[in-house]
Ligand binder design. Structure first.
Ligand code: ARG
Length: 466
């Protein structure tokens, strides 16, 4: 049933929206979480209006006190949100205007288009800081495991086949690198968010003598030297959704990293590997098979990463093909962004908790890494050191591997005489390469898994992670 039009934009309408339209077009059910940023934006905007003399200091103070009261109602759950009022912006403004007559001046030189752009930029700065903090916790949990079991060696894998020995710490440091890049990415997104849209209006600014730099300073949109940062094109400002895509992309890529870590943990915790045990607190059982302990936290991390990618895709598709500038389609930008934030934050906590509670089965790792085949490449290097070209050495080691297989002997237990028959490069000391300690010590270049480098990386990460 058609109703009388509401106050904010109803002037040129003879009837209000249909109930179905109200239900269809409301966003307050999901954008109400922007309230703290919306209130901060309104306070800064009204402070600026007073600063330039558009409203009086008294009116500003009344608006500020009224906004504080509204916000107190919101945080204590006393506020009644109305879908009739579409979104968070109109809900807050109308509630304020009921108590503060001066609030009728609040929306001077402002549109919901630059208002929502401001709210979201404040949201992104906050969200990036929260996620970075959580990634840091996951990194610290990884560093703690690396410290506790820093002397453990495991096979490293390519193609999920045993490749070469590495310190478990070196493997965990690989995760730290991935997560550090994620923290960098969120810092970049936060920096991109750090420009103030207010003053762009609906599309073309305002004829009123506002002070955009003043507002920017109030809201902390400033550079490292404290100089205000304001967006430079009013049309781009209200049409731009790059940040949403960048944020969702950073979440999706962090999700991919979490998923790859989770996959390693799932494999390592299987009976076939048993390098680690995952904490009971992050696993679940089977309703049918009593013996089961399933790595559900890791599986969900893998699953949620798909969802984060989906949100990114939604945003890319939403914006593609939209004419400049604002279109109401853009209201649909918020659910995927909020979902990415919530799920990413949750995933980061779960990742940290799962890692913090894992135990390393040192004996199983030692058994696995004792496989002499892991050092076949070292044998080729041994030949190279004795003047054999690498391609030839590779072949000569391949023949030794073949011999070991046919004699059903471990590589390092072959009779030296047989080995020396294969290639003249083999001396009777050929088996020294299978000394694991020696093999690790020789991997001493930057980025390699030898003990001297692992030690260096411990120092670096302890410093970086605080
Ligand atoms: N709720 C709206 C959104 O999120 C706010 C901007 C509305 N602007 C407009 N011109 N109707 O997109």
């Amino acid at each position: 049933m058609a109703k009388k039009s509401q106050a904010t934009w109803g002037g040129r309408f003879s009837t209000g929206p249909a109930d179905l339209m109200l239900q269809f077009s409301e966003s307050v059910s999901f954008d109400r979480r922007l309230a703290p940023f919306d209130v901060a934006g309104s306070k800064a905007h009204s402070a600026m209006l007073a600063h330039v003399g558009i409203i009086t200091a008294k009116e500003r103070d009344a608006i500020h006190a009224g906004l504080d009261a509204v916000f107190a109602d919101i945080t204590t759950g006393k506020f009644t949100w109305s879908t009739q009022l579409e979104d968070v912006h109109m809900n807050i403004e109308q509630a304020l205007t009921k108590n503060v007559p001066a609030a009728a001046k609040l929306h001077t030189a402002r549109s919901r288009n630059d208002q929502v752009a401001t709210d979201m930029r404040l949201f992104f700065k906050h969200a990036c800081a929260v996620i970075s903090e959580k990634i840091l916790s996951a990194q610290k949990a990884l560093l703690a495991v690396a410290s506790r079991d820093g002397d453990v060696l495991i096979p490293g894998y390519t193609h999920l086949q045993r490749a070469q020995p590495v310190f478990l710490a070196h493997h965990l440091f690989a995760y730290l690198e991935m997560l550090e890049r994620d923290r960098d990415r969120f810092a970049v997104v936060a920096d991109h968010a750090n420009w103030c849209p207010l003053g762009s209006g609906a599309i073309a600014g305002t004829t009123l003598p506002i002070d955009r730099e003043f507002t920017a300073r109030q809201l902390g949109f400033v550079d490292a030297k404290g100089r205000p940062r304001v967006t430079q094109n009013s049309m781009d400002t209200v049409a731009d959704r790059d940040l949403y895509i960048e944020f969702a992309s950073a979440c999706a890529l962090f999700g991919v990293h979490m998923s790859r870590i989770a996959e390693d943990l799932i494999i390592w915790s299987s009976v076939e590997f048993k390098f680690i045990d995952l904490p009971d607190t992050f696993c679940t059982g089977s309703s049918l098979m009593p013996q089961k302990k399933n790595p559900d936290s890791c599986e969900l991390l893998r699953g949620k990463s798909a969802r984060l990618q989906g949100n990114l895709h939604t945003l890319l598709t939403l914006v593609k093909g939209l004419p400049l500038t604002y279109n109401r389609d853009l209201q649909e930008d918020k659910p995927p962004v909020f979902d990415s934030f919530d799920q990413t934050a949750l995933c980061a906590d779960v990742l940290a908790g799962t890692i913090a509670g894992m135990t390393v089965f040192r004996e199983r790792c030692a058994e696995a890494v004792a496989d002499p085949a892991l050092l076949a490449t070292d044998l080729a290097d041994y030949l190279v050191a004795r003047g054999v070209p690498f391609r030839e050495a590779h072949h000569a080691v391949g023949s030794v591997v073949k011999l070991a297989e046919s004699l059903k002997l471990p590589l390092d237990k072959l009779p030296a005489a047989e080995v020396m028959k294969i290639h003249s490069g083999y001396g009777d000391d050929w088996a020294v390469v299978f000394d694991l300690k020696r093999a690790m010590a020789m991997r001493k270049g930057t980025g390699m898994p030898g003990p001297s480098q692992v030690k260096r990386q411990f120092v670096r990460w302890r410093k970086l992670l605080g």
